[in-house]
Design a protein around this ligand. Structure first.
Ligand SMILES: NC(=O)c1ccc[n+]([C@@H]2O[C@H](COP(=O)([O-])OP(=O)(O)OC[C@H]3O[C@@H](n4cnc5c(N)ncnc54)[C@H](OP(=O)(O)O)[C@@H]3O)[C@@H](O)[C@H]2O)c1
Length: 383
């Protein structure tokens, strides 16, 4: 059999053969160096020398609580580490100033502009209990439009992977606890936020349908209550931790009592935004299934609202009077979510270990961030 090289069925001349041979040698150089090198890390040489495909990771909702945390972790972790930026990655963080994701044309334009290979989809209409109760249709409609536009544009642009962000609010109101990933569709969500919850649940349906019909690799994450730097502290609209931080700040500033709504006894699982950021980066790189993953601390790490308020009082060094307004509703006593699936997957031998930050430590830095950034934070106060 002739060893002469052929290109598209044509025989190459001597010059062509020389070029082709040289090219083949260059391609085989990294393994050759690896075999000859005495260095213990020689197996890494081919990886270093052979170019890996570029990834463009688009983070929607990049200016918010979770988006800012991902930006922080990816840029401050050691480059090429488990949670740091890899050399072959470009990370793009967008918010509504670049385009309104409720609008299909804006969404299409953003996907055509950045051509993301991967998307972490965080953008959403988000709010506390009061806003959820008041604007059920708006929460349903806006989030449904945003999610549909993002997933459709990702499909149209051959995006390799999308992780969308759900919430433990999507779970049924009447269900056997603890919540786990198999229980999302087993009953109606709590009526206080059924617009937001139904809309977010539909993302799981879409992910399965995109996979079955088009073979897409779309999945979702389900965080519990998130807190941290860049939270929304607007008292009209905030979740419990940022609302209490802001209230305690005002009580200290105005020398008034710090009043916490309810009895303080309900228990909740809170996740620090920078821990959540690491888990999103893990899910992006190391998790390849359509089924969602609950991203949360364990059920044994539930914290009462009183413990939250105590920790804020301590972090704020608040010395004034502090009381609970028991005339205000408490909400559900507890709604524990299991993080068993996450724990079974996240820590592997040879990989950098993931650990949750202690609640009090994370709360301390969040309060500090609020105090240092009050002028620019989302407080709803005209400054
Ligand atoms: N916070 C929690 O406790 C919690 C708990 C569970 C799940 N989640 C989920 O986590 C994700 C991130 O939440 P977050 O707390 O980081 O929210 P956030 O701080 O309120 O940030 C929301 C982000 O979405 C963007 N956005 C909103 N509407 C948009 C639109 N029409 N077009 C383009 N961008 C838009 C915002 O951009 P602008 O800054 O330009 O407005 C912002 O970047 C959400 O999907 C949320 O449902 C949050």
């Amino acid at each position: 059999m002739s060893h002469r090289l052929r290109m598209r069925g044509r025989r190459l001349g001597p010059w062509g053969e020389y070029v082709n041979h040289a090219y083949a040698r260059v391609l085989s150089l990294p393994p050759l160096i690896a075999i000859l090198s005495p260095h213990p890390f020689r197996h890494l040489i081919p990886l270093i020398l052979s170019p890996s495909p570029m990834s463009v990771i688009l983070v929607t909702g990049g200016s918010g609580l979770v988006g800012q945390a991902i930006k922080h972790i990816i840029s401050t972790s050691p480059p090429n580490s488990r949670f740091g930026k890899k050399d072959n990655e470009t990370w793009i963080f967008i918010n509504s100033s670049e385009g309104d994701l409720r609008n299909p044309e804006d969404t299409k334009r953003l996907f055509e502009k950045y051509k993301p290979t991967h998307v972490i989809h965080l953008a959403a209409m988000v709010g506390g209990l009061f806003r959820n109760m008041k604007y059920k249709l708006t929460f349903f409609r806006e989030n449904t439009l945003i999610n549909d536009n993002v997933l459709w544009s990702a499909y149209q642009n051959n995006t390799k992977k999308v992780i969308s962000c759900l919430s433990t609010c999507v779970f049924p109101d009447k269900v056997e606890y603890p919540l786990d990933e198999t229980k999302i569709h087993l009953g109606l969500p709590h009526e206080s936020n059924f617009g937001y919850a139904h809309s977010k649940r539909m993302v799981d349906i879409q992910n399965h349908a995109y996979k079955e019909e088009f073979g897409c690799n779309f999945t979702s994450a389900i965080p519990t209550n998130v807190f941290g730097e860049y939270d929304n502290y607007d008292l009209e609209d905030a979740h419990v931790i940022p609302a209490l931080i802001h209230k305690c700040y005002l009580a200290k500033k105005n020398n008034t009592p710090f009043i916490v709504g309810g009895s303080g006894t309900p228990l909740r699982q809170f996740i620090y935004s920078r821990d959540l950021a690491k888990l999103f980066i893990w899910q992006l790189r190391e998790y390849e299934d359509v089924e969602p993953v609950i991203l949360s601390v364990g059920e044994d790490e539930e914290v009462s609202i009183k413990q939250v308020a105590d920790a804020i009082v301590e972090a704020m060094d608040f010395k004034g009077s502090y009381e609970f307004d028991t005339s205000r509703a408490d909400g559900q006593f507890r709604k524990p979510a299991s993080n068993k699936k996450l724990l079974s997957l996240i820590n592997k031998p040879g990989e950098e270990e993931f650990r949750f930050t202690l609640f009090k430590e994370a709360l301390q830095v969040s309060v500090q961030w609020f105090l240092e950034n009050y002028d620019t934070a989302r407080t709803g106060v005209r400054k």
